[in-house]
Each structure stands twice: as structure tokens, then as C-alpha cells.
Design a binder for this molecule. Structure first.
Ligand code: AMP
Ligand code: GLY
Length: 438
């Protein structure tokens, strides 16, 4: 098989790494890739959102399968453009990718499919949104638990969680009047603020058959103890003790199955990875959002645990044969990924620092260093993004995996490098608490 992976993050390095291990892999390209993906295949310098360039390349090189990592090319219709040239691609069509690219589309689908989610209203302008909030919460300025969301893609920043009325009005102002999120803010969703622990469930689906993946937990806040600004994700681990068999079954029956079936009924069949961001409320799990791709960094510990051939799994999804293949096998041992970031991230940061110690880190047992924001120049690996590396380990226990991952981290140096020190501690505390209660 000749395979092209699209994207340049840690997720794409993990995908390329696992795909390169398939006995059926003949040639592997990554567009545009990073210094890490270049070790698994050949990087080609075409941007992930250059739809025309990617299609031309896939045609010229007779690519058998394109694997799309990030949401942007999916929402721009890369899979449709490839399909019109008879090139197979893993990922949803543009129409199905609206589950992530439009919060309004997502909420309408959830309502139609009768999937539990926060109650909401849609607004096309700031004035009507403000009138609604003032009418609905006339006296209670200090308690207005609402969430204001820009409709379109905003790199995870277009969601503003509020407690007081002033915050809600300010959020509406930022989205609807100041256009802080550009066109993404042409419509907005205002919904009730839910309470509870958050979990993510990812499932692979060919539009009919749904294969849930083991639960994985992200760490969105920048600093230890879940403090500081939101980021793309500072680390992840899998499995998560909070996700029991029973809970997963409820999520499958009440959330995943009706969502996928309603997409099919609406003639927008969803193929690829569906990533459900959920909140476990007093009245059961509710959907906060859907993403239409693997999470980054959740993908890294997940793929560390995958024992089956990833190429077989992705190809069966594309061909609508998921019901015919063996369910994927997972290493029962836990895995964790610690993200190393540039000084200043998620704010402004510098790039071009030389990274040393990668060879030493690679020698730590059960560790794989996935590259995210890196590039190769004159034989040196340089920082080239905010999230730079995802040091990922697998171990007999979560504590063991954590120890190995941080050994890997310690081996790696560049000026200003930092990471969270508490990745997976929440799971360890949860396990301790359950043991104490037992
Ligand atoms: P989203 O991109 O929609 O997942 O939102 C990003 C984050 O905002 C989520 O991970 C939650 O922490 C928070 N969030 C979104 N919607 C709600 C809600 N209805 N209630 C409480 N928190 C929310
Ligand atoms: N780690 C969160 C995301 O990929 O959206």
C-alpha cells in the first residue's frame, strides 16, 4: 500500500509510526510532517489545508489511502475532493465534518437524534442574544451559569464558560460584535452550563458499525493541578479508571449509536473517528461537543497500546467493512504521553531552539518520543511550534508508565523547555479513592 498521512502534529507522528509497522506498507508519505515523521516515512512539503496540492500529489503518486489527521482539511472537503478522483481517504466528508466545524449543526443533530446534551439556543446576532440572557436571568446577576460558543472552528478557543451575567454579556460581545473569532462567530450557541467530570470517548466507525476505542484522558489546562490557560492538550493517558464497562455501554447506546444512525439517515454518513467530549452529570453522560478526528495528544497513548494492524483497521473503515474484521486488540498496560512545550506556550513563544537528548530519550525502555512542533535543519532538530514533543511510555502500571515517560523527558533539553509534572495523577488519585472505598 502507498499511504499519505496529512498533518504535522504529534497525532500524525503516532499515526505514521504505527502505519509504518504494517507488513502491507510499501511507501509512506507525510504532508507536511515534522522531524519525527521523517523517521517513519518521507515528508512532502504540502500544507495540510492545501486541498488542491494534496489531491494532485495523491494522484501523481498513485496513493492507495490518505489518512487525514486534523479537522481543517476535513472541513475544507479534502475527503470529497479525493473521492472525486477515486482516491480513498480515512476521515469524514465535508458534510459529516460539520459535526465539529459547526456547533449549530452539531446541536441540531443531537436534538434530532434525541442524544443528551445541554439545553441551548442559537443566535445570529449579539443584540438578540443579549436580550435573551437579560430576559431569562432578570435578577440573578451573580448566577448565570451559561456557556457561549462561536459556531465555527476556533482552535478550541471559541467556547466561553461563564458564571455571572457580566461574563455572559462580555462573551456575546467578543463573539458577536468584536468578531474575535472571525467568521466562526457569525452564529453562536448559548447553552446551560453543565457540572461534572469530563471524559472523552473515541470511536471508529464506517457509518454503520461502531468500534469504541479505549478511553483516554486529556489535560487541557497549561499548568499542574489543572490551572492556567487552556491549551491544545499538555498530556494524556489511557485507559481511564473512571470509564467503566457499564458507562461505556450507556454512552454507546444513548449517544454514539443514535448520533451515527441519524447522520446516516440524513444522508451524511459519518466515516472516520468520532470523538465525543462528554460531561458525566447527575442525570447521566451528556455531549459537550463532537470532534471528527483523533484527539491530540489522546492519539499518542492510544496508538502506543494498539496491537492490531492500524492500516487494516483504517482501510476496513474506509471500505465499510468494519463488521468483517476482528475487533482491534489493545495492550492492557496503561500508557501516558507528556507534552513538552516551548517557553511562553500557549501564548507567544520562540522557535528555532536546538533540541538535544533525543537519542538518550529513545533509549529509555518502553518510551517513544513523538514529535509535534519540530523541524530538521542542517542535521539538527529544532523547535518549530508551541507543543514540541509528546514523550509517551507504556508500563505495567500507570505509575510505572509515568516514571518511564518522565525519565524520557529528563533526557531532553532545549532552552525554555517545560511540561506539566502531574500527567495521570488524577487517575492515580481516583484509583486510590476507589480502593479506599472498597
Ligand atoms: P467544547 O470545545 O465545546 O468541548 O468546549 C471546551 C470546553 O468547555 C469543554 O471541554 C468543557 O470544559 C467546557 N464546556 C463546553 N460546554 C460546556 C457546558 N455546556 N457546560 C460546562 N462546560 C462546558
Ligand atoms: N486534545 C483535544 C483535541 O484534540 O481536541
Amino acid at each position: 500500500m502507498r499511504v499519505l498521512v496529512v498533518g504535522n502534529g504529534g497525532r500524525e507522528h503516532a499515526l505514521a509510526w504505527r502505519l509504518s509497522q504494517s507488513p502491507r506498507m510499501k511507501r509512506l508519505w507525510i504532508a507536511p510532517g515534522n522531524a519525527g515523521t521523517a523517521q517513519e516515512g518521507e515528508n512532502v512539503s504540502i500544507a495540510a489545508d492545501d486541498i488542491k496540492g494534496l489531491v494532485q500529489f495523491a494522484k501523481k503518486e498513485k496513493v492507495d489511502l490518505v489518512v487525514v489527521g486534523p479537522e481543517l482539511p476535513l472541513s475544507l472537503g479534502l475527503v470529497d475532493a479525493l473521492a472525486s478522483e477515486k482516491i480513498r481517504a480515512f476521515g469524514p466528508s465535508r458534510a459529516a465534518a460539520q459535526l465539529e466545524s459547526s456547533k449549530v449543526f452539531c446541536k441540531l443533530l443531537l436534538r434530532q437524534a434525541d442524544v443528551p446534551t445541554a439545553d441551548y439556543q442559537v443566535f445570529r446576532d449579539a443584540d438578540s442574544a443579549m436580550r435573551y440572557v437579560k430576559a431569562r436571568y432578570p435578577n440573578d446577576r451573580d448566577r448565570t451559569p451559561l456557556v457561549v460558543k462561536a459556531d465555527g472552528l476556533a482552535s478550541g478557543k471559541g467556547v466561553i464558560v461563564c458564571s455571572r451575567r457580566e461574563e455572559v454579556l462580555d462573551a456575546i460581545d467578543r463573539i458577536g460584535r468584536k468578531s474575535e473569532f472571525g467568521k466562526a462567530g457569525l452564529q453562536m450557541v448559548i447553552e446551560e452550563r453543565l457540572e461534572g467530570p469530563e471524559v472523552s470517548v473515541l470511536a471508529i466507525t464506517d457509518g454503520r458499525t461502531i468500534v469504541p476505542l479505549p478511553a483516554a484522558q486529556d489535560h487541557k489546562a497549561a499548568y499542574d493541578g489543572d490551572t492556567g490557560p487552556n491549551t491544545g492538550g499538555m498530556g494524556a493517558y489511557s485507559p481511564t479508571p473512571i470509564m467503566t464497562e457499564e458507562l461505556l455501554e450507556t454512552i454507546q447506546d444513548k449517544i454514539l449509536v443514535p448520533s451515527i444512525h441519524t447522520m446516516k439517515r440524513n444522508r451524511k454518513p459519518f466515516k472516520g473517528v468520532l470523538y465525543a467530549g462528554l460531561m458525566l452529570t447527575q442525570t447521566g453522560p451528556k455531549v459537550l461537543e463532537y470532534n471528527v478526528r483523533f484527539g491530540d495528544p489522546e492519539c499518542q497513548p492510544l496508538l502506543m497500546r494498539l496491537q492490531s494492524d492500524l492500516l487494516d483497521l483504517l482501510e476496513a473503515t474506509v471500505d465499510g467493512r468494519l463488521d468483517e474484521i476482528e475487533p482491534p486488540r489493545w495492550d492492557p498496560r496503561p500508557s501516558i504521553c507528556v507534552v513538552m512545550a516551548s517557553a511562553g506556550y500557549p501564548g507567544e513563544y520562540r522557535t528555532g531552539e536546538e533540541i538535544t537528548g533525543l537519542d538518550a530519550a529513545a533509549e529509555v525502555s518502553d518510551v517513544k518520543v513523538f514529535h509535534a512542533g519540530t523541524k530538521m535543519q542542517d542535521g539538527k532538530v529544532l523547535t518549530h511550534g508551541g507543543r514540541v514533543l509528546g514523550v509517551t511510555a507504556i508500563g505495567a502500571s500507570l505509575a510505572n508508565a509515568k516514571l518511564q515517560a518522565y525519565k524520557g523527558v529528563q533526557a531532553i533539553r532545549w532552552p525554555g523547555a517545560w511540561c506539566r509534572k502531574d500527567i495521570s495523577d488524577k487517575a492515580a488519585m481516583y484509583i486510590e479513592k476507589m480502593a479506599a472505598n472498597a
